[in-house]
Design a protein around this ligand. Sequence first.
Ligand SMILES: [Zn+2]
Ligand SMILES: [Zn+2]
Length: 421
Amino acid sequence: MLYQRPKGTHDILPTEVPRWQHAEAAFRELCRLYNYEEIRTPVFEQTELFVRAVGENTDIVAKEMYTSEDRGGRSLTLRAEGTAPVVRAYLESNLQGQDPQRLTKLFYIAPVFRYDRPQAGRYRQHHQAGAEAIGSSQPEVDAEIIQLSMAFFARLGLDEVTLLLNSVGCPTCRPESAQALQDFVKPHLDEMCADCQRRYETNPLRLLDCKNERCRQIMQPAPSMLDMLCIECAEHFDKLQQTLDLLDIAYTVDPHIVRGLDYYTKTAFEFVAPGLGAQDSIGGGGRYDPLIEQCGGPPTPAVGVGIGLERVLIAQESAGVVQEEAPREGVFVVTISEAAWPEGLKLLAQLRAAGIPAEIDYRQRSIRAQLRYADAEGYRWAAILGEDELQQQTVTLRDMVSGEQESIPQSELIARLSAEL
Ligand SMILES: [Zn+2]
Ligand SMILES: [Zn+2]
């Protein structure tokens, strides 16, 4: 082997693709039901977009982005998270339209690139399904985004997903909680990890979600941001909880959920599933009211979610949710003489044109080898063409499950199979 896939990446092999398609189809279908429209943005953006939107002092921007210069000397970055590109496209193409009251609801399924330490369920290219609701400050919209996510997990058989909920405040009340966290941490600072020592200065809220064991112990009794919310943030958080109660969505308030991005305000949430170890988050999101203005638009409140599809699939495996084996379908055209070969090729084309999956053995091996192959490839039927069949204008249709065979006029084969499939 001369080449291997780059470290931290993975191939999605044909045997795994049906699970991906199933998850993606479930997400698309739910977005349709909830009135979110799909958007597809480029895989790279101007670096400045992520720096401005995600925040210079976040881990993502400080050390996880795939950034390089193109031949024109422009700094470009592979999609480092899902929301900033959607907001950029929303502003650039004026998706808001003429109605300032319009709630613009968008979703995407796209790869995300982070230079992260590879570990179970963490890849340098991973895939995210996300939804964004732009243009409302109502906590009921936060609840809708959460409800959509929970419906997605339920469709995938993940009944054990826990919703962790927090509020990270707003520019009015956050300086106070940041200061309180710094005051609390100061006496312990030299015991904390290098990341936390940096966060202490640049991003104190993130001290709360360090995964380092010692840091977690230290932060356990830290002051809660929830006690320092301004009236507006506190009311928003109350209303969100009331709405979740109304919708029968269970949650746990966890003041340590802060998310790794600077743009979050008020609501922050995470979904955790059992069986993923320390990296048990399968998605999360929150409100990002200042982001659209930061990106050059008018003040526009918004809320969104991003779900890690690799993590979701691992959670399905841990939960024992296994997709049923794909049912047998399609027809394998078996030719058993030189003269039957061109007729077989014509029949193959007719079947495919009629919407019936079909295959043939281009090596023209023995009938036994062809039938064995058709069986191994999971075909439902074999359509056998030999000398007798050619003379009588028939085809012998073999049921690959029961082994039963019958003779059918060639002209009736497609109508017959269409009715069966
Ligand atoms: Zn506030
Ligand atoms: Zn730490």
